[in-house]
Design a protein around this ligand. Sequence first.
Ligand code: NAI
Length: 343
Amino acid sequence: MFTARSAFSTIGRRAFSVSAHQSSKVTILGAAGGIGQPLSLLLKLNPRVTDLALYDIRGGPGVAADVSHVNTKSKVTGYDPAPEKLKAALEGAEIVLIPAGVPRKPGMSRDDLFKTNASIVRDLAKAAADYAPNAKLLIISNPVNSTVPITAEVFKAKGVYNPKRLFGVTTLDVVRASKFISEIQGTDPAGEEVTVVGGHSGVTIVPLLSQSNHPSIDGATRDALVKRIQFGGDEVVQAKSSAGSGGSATLSMAFAGSRMADSLLRASHGETGVFEPAFVQSPLYKDYGCEFFSSRIELGPEGVKEIHPVGKVNKYEEGLIAIALNDLAANIKKARHCDTPPI
Ligand code: NAI
């Protein structure tokens, strides 16, 4: 289990165990934003990353100059916005993270971002399909429930789509679930793992508490916990708005994105038993009717190694999944075809 507390000590220890011949270029598109900057820093601290390419429509080279002074081995390059710079940022990348786009303001749902972010992600996906078709693509930009299917369409149109390599980043949902349940139980979040399935927006986020260490949480406590996990992002949007800074989760999201990238690197460097949640094209389609679905995924050198069944859920969770599927179907349909949920 990768937690905030263990992140740096783990990375530090691993610095001495990562073999020199492995080279892994990681590219961030949107690197100068609220998420992009701390994400750049966390990836600079990761000894598995040998080259860090930072691209943004404004400020990429500045962030790169700053982060490059951190005394770890990796090489950092910043890129100004130009087609040939975007090409150079992407070429040779093993992982491409996309946090480019606008964040939510108070009262906005993630779906409200569709109009602006869909075209940003579509255009960056086109470049990724051209210049890094074999990279693992991690979509952070919201609404993830729609931006991931859009990216899949772009890659299909370019003839380079491999569903094993396209991920909507939902790691923050399990990070929050782990933290929030530990606060209720008075436990160490490092030992708390909560599977979260569905999508990455409000009621499409379905925590499976029955599969956690605390299956007996019930009644009002359970309802409040589930709601907090589903709408935890709103707490951040509201707090930042009151403080006058605006925006949505950036630091916790950077932590979550960095953890997801690290897990993929570990799996591609031969480590087995690496699991993360992600919103992907899923064989769980046959159970849930939506072609894209988030669940706990086993990672391997190619990206997705195996998507396991969701497992046993209780009646309450069945109800949550049914509600989630309605929204999820609409979100996916906005981007591409999705069957009517069977539940
Ligand atoms: P931000 O506005 O601080 O940063 C976005 C960055 O993207 C800016 O630096 C901007 O210049 C850049 N950008 C815009 N268009 C671009 C383009 N065409 N090419 C390259 N860069 C471009 O926003 P923030 O807070 O970093 O959030 C970014 C996205 O991440 C938002 O859509 C937000 O909703 C999403 N998000 C996702 C989460 C998740 O769990 N998946 C959690 C939190 C936020």
